[in-house]
Ligand binder design. Structure first.
Ligand code: NDP
Length: 272
């Protein structure tokens, strides 16, 4: 369920798995206009759905229509997966943070969250899941920068209750200097996405060994990743997060934890 959803690659991913594991069913796009969740979500049960994903702009609002929300999703403050349980009740999950961490580990199996400071750009929906998962994983210092400073401060304050001083809001104007000594740089803003201008970021202060990750997957190689690669930094694109967030969702619906095969990866890449 999303608005719009026509761009979503999730049908490709889940229908590939349904076929691979010999399961009957299909994953369909459900364009659900803002303001209509109250009728759309309860319809899942009547229509015989195992569940669904929720995406922009419904990730936060959908929580209100769940009978139960998983504890991790409560902490993130948003859901991306709904499961229609055996008794017909609805449970919400958020698999974005799992997907993000797994994408780093798939690319760099020895990656460690506490290898050094982390700079996260952006404080929107994706940032919430990314920052929380990095803090959960043991990051010791997360510098959080957002164009609108109030959102970064609000996230730092909220996560401060649980993680103390780990998440620090840093002014957007200081983003170039905030790259010094980091082990990981993450872009969760929409800058660099197809149709948007590139992120305005000078990488001069970024250590050459720092891992640079962008959660954007259209295009696969954003201007940020291109610039990072050109100076020798290792990079991780957003496709790994997209594929990995889908795995636990599929498992929650069908009790099979599916594999990300090279064939699936190629199929999705061919559409980007
Ligand atoms: P949100 O709308 O919640 O957040 C957008 C973020 O981008 C905000 O921090 C916003 O800052 C920032 N931003 C927007 N315009 C500018 C600008 N001109 N300069 C600097 N910052 C700007 O979106 P999401 O967090 O849901 O998504 C962000 C990106 O992450 C998208 O490209 C999306 O496709 C991708 N994504 C990828 C996923 C994956 O699986 N790989 C999963 C989820 C998202 P401000 O608060 O100032 O507006």
């Amino acid at each position: 369920m999303g608005w719009p959803v026509s761009h979503s690659r999730s049908p490709l991913i889940h229908n590939y798995w349904l076929q691979k594991y010999g399961l009957t069913g299909s994953y369909v796009q459900l364009p659900v206009a803002p303001g209509t969740l109250a009728t759309a979500i309860p319809g899942l049960k009547a229509l015989g759905f195992k569940g669904c994903n929720v995406t922009i702009p419904h990730k936060v609002d959908a929580m209100a229509f769940m009978d139960e929300v998983d504890s991790n999703a409560k902490r993130v403050g948003a859901i991306n997966t709904i499961v229609v349980q055996a008794d017909g009740s609805l449970k919400g999950f958020n698999t974005d943070g799992y997907g993000y961490i797994q994408s780093l580990l798939d690319a760099k199996p020895n990656w460690q969250a506490d290898a050094g400071p982390v700079t996260v750009l952006g404080a929107g929906g994706a940032a919430r899941a990314v920052v929380l998962s990095l803090a959960d994983r043991g990051a010791k210092e997360i510098r959080l920068l957002n164009r609108s400073p109030a959102a970064a401060q609000a996230l730092a304050d909220e996560f401060g209750n649980e993680f103390g001083e780990v998440v620090k809001a840093v002014p957007w104007a200081a983003r170039h200097a905030a790259l010094s000594s980091v082990a990981l740089l993450v872009n969760t803003t929409s800058q660099g996405m197809h149709g948007n201008p590139a992120l305005d970021l000078d990488l001069t202060d970024l250590p050459r060994g720092a891992l640079v990750s962008d959660v954007i997957y259209v295009p696969l190689e954003t201007p940020l990743l291109q610039a990072a690669k050109a100076r020798g930094n290792p990079t991780v694109d957003g496709l790994g997060m997209l594929l990995n967030q889908a795995r636990p969702a599929f498992e929650a619906w069908f009790s099979v934890l599916p594999d990300i095969t090279p064939e699936l990866q190629r199929m999705v890449e061919a559409t980007l």
